[in-house]
Design a protein around this ligand. Structure first.
Ligand SMILES: *Cc1c(COP(=O)(O)O)cnc(C)c1O
Length: 354
């Protein structure tokens, strides 16, 4: 039986995408060849790459606005350093919302001065810092729009004239917003777009070429743009499966429609967390994530009973990250509302029986 998959990543993808991706590994569109045994320079694959790059910009409403979409490798973790390599001449500002921003800061510090503009470390990252000023003269400001581990999410994007860079690994394509506020967006595919193995980078071309250091080709955004994201062999399966997911997203009505669906799912789960005395949310209410809901049991003695109940309801991937404990329900685009309903039923059953 298909599980209700609440995994934080790699995570759930639409069933129809998985079927078509699996089929393409045997035979790509009736060509008599597998997707993974054809040249990446073949017409078939070049067209896949073109479509995927184009669809990213179309869905984010960034067409004709000076942006390029790239499918790179090395995960979001390589972007932690590529961003600094390509953009940091002297100093950059970082807003620290926990684990992922911490790692981004550590890499950037190898290239220049990192100014930690604000941090929510004092409360183990259960909120998004607010009310800070962004100093002038920074090469860029970096934020993690959604913290996958702590379950916090920026609801308002800071107003700034500074070049704005965002790690959107766990909430890209999940909600409507003005994506043109950002100059560079990166995201590991495996949270809301596809399988592990490719990283999406969306970059406004005019911000490049401003640092004096020499950049190795594989780490140079300008090289990847010039080569249309095919400087070397791209991760063909990950790019193709991402394209299928993006096509699925477009067929659902795009980001606006999926955003409304995601709000419904989040509202359903958070209202149960708030009303059920056996559960307590981890993140502060105004900052909690629509993608990753973190919560704990108020009576730890019920852990065994609760764990057995959700497992027998066909739920998978609900354990919290070790740095937070408790539970984490990740509700990415492909997770149906019905799965959240199953979880909420298990939670309210626990209260009834307790
Ligand atoms: C998962 C995650 C990462 C790390 O991604 P990799 O592709 O494994 O390097 C970075 N940032 C955020 C916000 C994440 O959720």
């Amino acid at each position: 039986m298909k599980k209700h998959n609440f995994s934080a990543g790699p995570c759930i993808l639409p069933q129809e995408v998985l079927k078509k991706a699996a089929q393409s590994v045997i035979d790509l569109d009736g060509s008599g060849l597998s997707l993974i045994e054809i040249s990446h320079r073949s017409e078939a694959f070049v067209s896949i790459m073109e479509k995927a790059r184009h669809l990213v910009l179309e869905l984010l409403d960034l067409e004709g606005k000076g942006y390029q979409a790239l499918f790179l490798q090395g995960g979001a973790s390589l972007e932690f350093l590529m961003v600094a390599y390509n953009l940091m001449e002297n100093s950059a500002g970082y807003i620290n919302t926990g684990t992922w921003s911490d790692k981004a800061i550590k890499e950037a510090a190898l290239f220049g001065r990192v100014v930690e503009i604000a941090s929510s470390k004092d409360e183990n990252y259960n909120y998004i810092p607010k009310g800070y000023a962004v100093p002038e003269g920074l090469d860029y400001l970096h934020l993690t729009t959604n913290n996958t581990i702590f379950g916090t999410q920026f609801k308002k994007i800071p107003q700034t004239e500074t070049v704005l860079v965002a790690d959107m690994s766990s909430d890209i394509f999940s909600r409507s917003m003005d994506y043109s506020r950002f100059d560079l967006i990166y995201a590991g595919a495996q949270k809301n777009m596809g399988p592990a193995g490719t990283t999406l980078v969306v970059v406004k071309e005019e911000i490049l070429g401003k640092v004096t250091r020499k950049i190795p080709s594989m780490l140079d955004y300008a090289v990847h743009i010039a080569k249309e994201s095919m400087y070397n062999t791209p991760p063909v399966f990950a790019v193709y499966t991402s394209l299928l997911t993006l096509e699925w997203l477009k067929a659902q009505g795009g980001i606006e429609a999926i955003g409304e669906e995601n709000e419904k799912k989040a509202r359903l789960l958070y209202s149960e967390i708030d009303l059920n005395p056996l559960f307590k949310g981890y993140a502060q209410v105004e900052d909690r994530s629509m993608m990753n809901a973190t919560f704990t049991l108020t009576e730890p003695a019920l852990k065994e009973t609760f764990d057995a109940a959700w497992k027998s309801a066909g739920i998978s991937g609900l354990n919290g990250h070790r740095s937070v404990g408790g539970y984490r329900a990740s509700m990415y685009n492909a997770l149906p509302l019905e799965s959240v309903g199953v979880l909420v039923d298990v939670m309210s059953d626990l209260e009834r029986k307790a």
